[in-house]
Design a protein around this ligand. Structure first.
Ligand SMILES: Cc1cc2nc3c(=O)[nH]c(=O)nc-3n(C[C@H](O)[C@H](O)[C@H](O)COP(=O)(O)O)c2cc1C
Length: 243
């Protein structure tokens, strides 16, 4: 199996980095191939803007979707985006590894979606959802949080259930055709300054979290798939049937 880890954290000694390394070791030990998109280290520019397009269809007004489609037709997709698409094309499984920042993914990763999932090539009005470009491939979010697991309830302090907080990123993966696996959460990843744990307890917690991740990866086929609405559930205007 070919695995792509889209790793989004600015600090190489972070726990997110440790999760990325544990996944790499675990897959490679099983004979799988792993490629990493290290967004911060590679200096990925998450901002969609006119400067990325050298052959504009309209220089008077920047309309991102028109420029993305035109770039696909004229083979002028920005180099960093083409590199990410090549990586995605090769993989059977994508792992998005990130910390929860402000109840969702960091802006860097949101911008990766904005730029890499180019209109005209990776999706069209017909090539979406179960007809999406990435049909047959799997994707999973691996997310660290500061808040404890018990606070991720509808009206809990973390701001909602994890399904509700991660709905948009998972829905976008579904939009692109991926089979989306239930996100894996690593909670209370905060140093002793933020919690009542001792440093020793905290280190034990990190070790147990890494062990949990390795064991999840060995049993990927057992992870629940998220259930999203699809073409069969909508009328020709996209309105939910029987709503
Ligand atoms: C800008 C920012 C926003 C954050 N927002 C949240 C949040 O909404 N919910 C939460 O549980 N933790 C939040 N945290 C805590 C991080 O999730 C936590 O520090 C991180 O998962 C720890 O992993 P790391 O050691 O790899 O950075 C936030 C941290 C930062 C820096």
């Amino acid at each position: 199996m070919n695995v792509l880890i889209v790793y989004c954290h600015p600090e190489p000694t972070s726990f997110n980095a440790a999760l990325k390394d544990a996944a790499t070791e675990s897959f490679e030990a099983a004979g799988d191939k792993v490629e990493i998109s290290d967004l911060y280290r590679e200096g990925f520019d998450p901002v969609e803007k006119p400067e990325h397009y050298r052959d504009r269809i309209c220089s008077a007004r920047f309309e991102p979707l028109s420029e993305q489609r035109h770039a696909c037709k004229t083979d002028t997709v920005p180099k960093d985006v083409s590199r990410e698409i090549e990586r995605l094309d090769k993989c059977d499984l994508v792992i998005l590894q990130f910390p929860m920042w402000w109840h969702q993914q960091p802006a860097m990763l949101k911008g990766w979606f904005d730029r890499v999932f180019v209109a005209g090539k990776l999706y069209t009005s017909k090539m979406r959802y179960s007809n999406g470009y990435f049909k047959g491939r799997r994707a999973i979010c691996s997310v660290t949080t500061g808040a404890p697991i018990a606070t991720f309830t509808k009206r809990g302090r973390a701001g909602g259930t994890i399904e509700s907080l991660l709905h948009t990123i998972n829905y976008s993966l579904h939009y692109m055709g991926f089979e989306v696996l239930k996100p894996q959460l690593f909670t209370e990843i905060q140093g002793s300054g933020f919690t009542y744990r001792s440093e020793e307890e905290f280190q034990k917690h990190l070790g147990a979290s890494l062990d949990k991740w390795k064991s999840v990866l060995k049993n990927l086929d057992n992870i629940e798939k998220l259930d999203f609405a699809d073409w069969k559930d909508w009328d020709s205007q996209g309105v939910e049937l029987d709503a």
